[in-house]
Design a protein. Sequence first.
Lengths: 659, 189, 134
Amino acid sequence: MIGFIFGKLTWNDLPHQWFTIGGTLSMMLMGLAAALFLTRTKKWKWLWKEWLTSTDPKKIGIMYMILAGLMFFRGALDAMMIWLQQAMALGASSGYLDPSHFQQIFTSHGDIMVFFATMGFLTGLLNLIMPLQIGTRDLSFPFLNTLGFWLYVAGAILINMFFVFGGEFAAGGWLGQTPLTELLYSPGVGVDYWIWSLQISGAGSLLSGINFLVTILKNRAPGMKLMFMPLFSWATLCSSILIVTVFPILAITLGMLTLDRYLGMHFFTATAGGNPMMYINLIWMWGHPEVYILILPSFGIYSEIVSTFSHKKLAGYISQVVALILISLLALMVWLHHFFTMGAGADVNAFFGITTMFIAIPTGVQILNWMFTMFRGRITFDSPLYWFLGFISTFTFGGMAGVLLASPAADYQLHNSLFLVAHFHTMIVGGALFGIFSGITFWFPKFIGFKLNEKLGKYAFWLWLIGFFLSFVPLYILGFMGATRRMDHYTNPAWQPLFMTSVIGFIVIALGAGMQVLQIIVSIWQRKKNRDTTGDPWGGRSLEWSTPSPVPFYNFAIIPRVTGRDAFWEMKEKGIVSSPDKYEDIELPKNTAMGIYVAFFALVFAFAMVWHMTLFAILGLLGIIVCVVLRTFDEDTTYVIPAAEVERIENERRQHGGD
Amino acid sequence: MEETKNEKTLLGFWIYLMTDLTMFAGLFAAYAVLRTNTFGGPPMRDIVNLPFVLIETLVLLLSSFTSGIAVLSATLGRIKSMVLMLCLTFLLGASFLGMELYEFHNLFIEGNTFQRSGFLSSYFGLVGTHGLHIFAGLIWLMILLVFVARKGLTKGMVRKLTLFGIFWHFLDIVWIFIFTFVYLMGAAL
Amino acid sequence: MDIYLYLCLFDGGSIMKEYYKQIAFYSVGLLSAAILTLVAYILTQIHVNSYHEVIPHAVLIPSVLILAFLQMCVQLVFFLHITNKSSRWNVVFFLMTFGGVLVIIIASVWIMYHLNYNMTPVQINQYIQDQSGL
């Protein structure tokens, strides 16, 4: 009976180690602080009504950004622990972490940064920007949008829950290599936490991918053909198609591993006819496209930034679109380069080596187009452009390292060395993350109503750039010198200065991140001075800049009619940006708490599965089904704002002008 | 407004089915790779019962047909015919599932469980996942019947029935490939 | 897919005509699919019963695959109405996914075959080759 209710959970699983106590306490304190704040300011109801149950993609987008920021901080803590350990643990010293703990830390660092920080920032930006760019009021499936967000939250909660219950996380690397993650070698709950948090947030990502895809295909403003869409929306389209294509592979591969662990099957076990190499094959079939999913939106952001700050039409629009599509296609054909050394032989390795090198071509096309756009443009060097220039220097550097790794012969030397680690961090930090920072600075005034402090933004940029090179160039060198990744202890004293430099780089980056936090605080302080009164603070070219800042909840009072690319730029040139004479009724989706409830039951189900608590697993599953059924049979999910009311809101806003 | 909602929902659901198809592809790939890993146990050709599986296949095909007629009846407002066809679909689907469980049972009592080898794991994984989808479809069908009885045949209900029909046809298409790759080729190779 | 919405616009006696016309359409699909299934089944039975002699491997495998592919097309056209004008995006996504499925399965088989061959000790390789039929 106890087993049926509590599964494997016992009193021993509550926190009793320094890091589990520390982790649990910090989470409790943060939660307590938030609860106290909300109680003092009496904002519980406001939070529930205005934010948590909202179906507005702008609100959901902002919630994604906030949570992704928190998870980024959590992943950075893991990074700091890795850096400190590696700087200390040379020669006689064994650092301050024992090996199994170190393994859990680099595993969770990777998973949190990829699934929760970067995917979170990305999905947030896609929610915020894409609907406005294509001239619509909402995504195609507003309920799925909020459900996707709350599933992401549930995954984020679950991946941190091991601090409170169980005290161990997976230790098989961010992708959970078999047979290490099979039951025989990982009998504890760590791998199960890893599996279920990835499955839940993966389900959320898949739903979001379907949502974005259908929205772009079906919700565009009249006249906006696909070839008139801004590049960021194209990047969203390509990224969404990739999500929809490959996330099912992740789901089923983790599913097969789950069957191995829970039902004693032999998909990937080392004995009884299982094949661990098949796991590596399948998981990288997902894993490689995933990193392109992460980078494509940033490419879209850079296209917007470069054309806006060069005050010039983007060069080679069609070739940019073709390049995005080619990158997406090629992304699906290169996955084996992650396991050249597993032994597939020359034929197979050669094929994938060639396809991997091919990807450099459309990426090069993108970079050249950006350069051509800047050529003879009237460039204003605001901080979003700084991030783009930082991207050019880091990404090209790291990209060349990638082309080097693409050669199987070279990869035999460099596979799983720190060279590899430096390469992919350059791609994600220099490519995806700088793009996200650039985009945040660029679009901040649109959604919040005032610009961020430029000076602090530029300081933050320089700290990040210098810190980045200080951190990762030593790793490139160490990789060449033979340093393997994921090791908690090294014996070559000649390496220590390089590790130390890397730690200094991390400190500089941390200062940069601190500067960004300061920037936000100072900007809020100075908000009246930096207020965006026109809705177009940078001289934008696409439709989102035609709305006031912050954007009204219905986005556009009248859905614009589009006749070409750079729709807003055209409107400005032709002087069509005046107030309309006739308003129409606007239908919008209502708020709903169902997303929260479904995600709650999903969390219950997943936690119960981790601990083999049969009763709660069944209850969780039933809860999900009941909530979904109730929602699908709910006919009353939208509300209408009458035209007169829209007119009133618009007139009021116009009268109050610069407030 | 209702039309565009239909368009979006149908497209969105179709894309979801495409992701489901990709998932099945992963299971097919695993089966293709692991099918010879019998770990000393019997290979597919020794445990397959072709005539039985043929009947199973025809039963599912017939249920796909009846589900199509059911949705057709729904869109034309012919409620009685719709209910009859939906009940037939349910019975045929449940029979299919019953036959499959019988097949599994026979394998189990001879010691050919999913824990026996990589081959059997991948077999049960693939065929079992399909069976789970059929099971979910049957539950969905029951819920739809209950709500149609309560709410009548509104435009929304017709849309939901259309979605179910597409799902059910999709499962039969996946079964074609299971029948071919697992059973027919299993018996031959 | 939107054939169903189009049908909703019919009224009165033309409903019955449309109904029977559609039933005929579905029945053609059912019969073709059943025939394709039976042909594949019979071919396989002949192959097995005659100990792989009357119809050799090299004929059976491609035939059975083609029959499966044809039946999929039959079901797509007759049951899922994929040839309808409103189903354009559905066709695009289906073709993309089907391509993806082929890549996933064929690439996995190719890669794993090479990996297994290279990574298996010599003695076991021989044993495996004897065991499998391919």
